[in-house]
Design a protein. Structure first.
Length: 267
């Protein structure tokens, strides 16, 4: 079951079309496949496969570092040289006038951290000291998010404003109890009250917000109940903001979602 929706696919296509102008297409395709798979597995609560895909993502990221710093890279399918603190230090010694701190310092260290989770905590090898879990998977997913965002910042070939919008979309957190059917958001937990359904829907939408007409399609309730819930959420609880056409979740609403409704199911 693949929960990557059409908007995600379009976004990844945008990223691919820009990154391949600076990075070999096979590397970009392998990176984005690993990224999509790790997010999908995380979304489904499959923490070990998610962390393994994080390791695959890191292996491709190492090859990208090789490419941008030497002009060549270990072919896909061949074993990489050992990547450890000594390798990280080699990147740190590269001249800062030629390479950004992201290439020299931050991305290599982030990759090493992902490797540490995969190799030492019951993921990549039998006998790891900790069973794969939500906390480790969340760390791996967030670190891969960060690495991909840095690559976008470095190699996005359009305007900085467009790059920032893409980055903002990429790091939006998602609520696994919502599934996107070609733009129709379906709440998968029937026990949620109308106000809570509205909140989790708008949490997922983030800066995009939602029209009242959209909420009325997604939340199965009467027009009166919807109006009353929206009014309370905007005016009494301050969990939502209405700008005259769309509803947006406020920071207070985000905190309520993160700490109250589903504190362990959001990334």
């Amino acid at each position: 079951m693949n929960l990557v929706n059409c908007k995600d696919v379009h976004m990844l296509d945008q990223i691919k079309n820009h990154l391949i102008k600076a990075i070999d297409p096979p590397l970009v395709e392998a990176l984005l496949k690993a990224y999509s798979d790790l997010k999908n597995n995380y979304y489904l609560g499959k923490y070990k496969p998610s962390e393994l895909e994080g390791g695959h993502f890191a292996e491709v990221a190492i090859r990208i570092l090789e490419l941008v710093t030497t002009g060549r890279y270990t072919p896909l399918g061949q074993h990489l040289p050992k990547f450890d603190l000594k390798e990280v230090e080699k990147y740190a010694q590269l001249p800062s006038v030629n390479y950004s701190d992201s290439i020299r310092i931050h991305i290599p260290r982030a990759i090493l951290a992902i490797y540490g989770i995969r190799n030492r905590r019951g993921v990549g090898h039998v006998g790891g000291d900790i069973t794969p879990n939500l906390s480790d998977s969340t760390f791996v997913v967030a670190t891969c998010d960060w690495i991909l965002v840095e690559l976008i910042r470095l190699y996005y070939t359009s305007s900085l404003e467009e790059a920032q919008k893409l980055v903002d979309t990429l790091v939006v957190r998602k609520v696994p109890l919502i599934q996107d059917f070609n733009g129709f958001l379906k709440v998968l937990d029937p026990s949620l009250s109308v106000p809570k359904q509205i909140l989790v829907l708008l949490y997922q939408r983030g800066n995009e917000g939602a029209l009242r007409e959209e909420l009325s399609k997604w939340v199965k309730t009467s027009a009166e109940n919807l109006s009353n819930a929206l009014s309370r959420l905007v005016n009494s609880q301050k969990y939502l903001h209405y700008n005259g056409s769309k509803y947006f979740i406020t920071r207070a609403g985000e905190i309520y979602i993160e700490e109250g409704i589903y504190p362990r199911t959001i990334y």
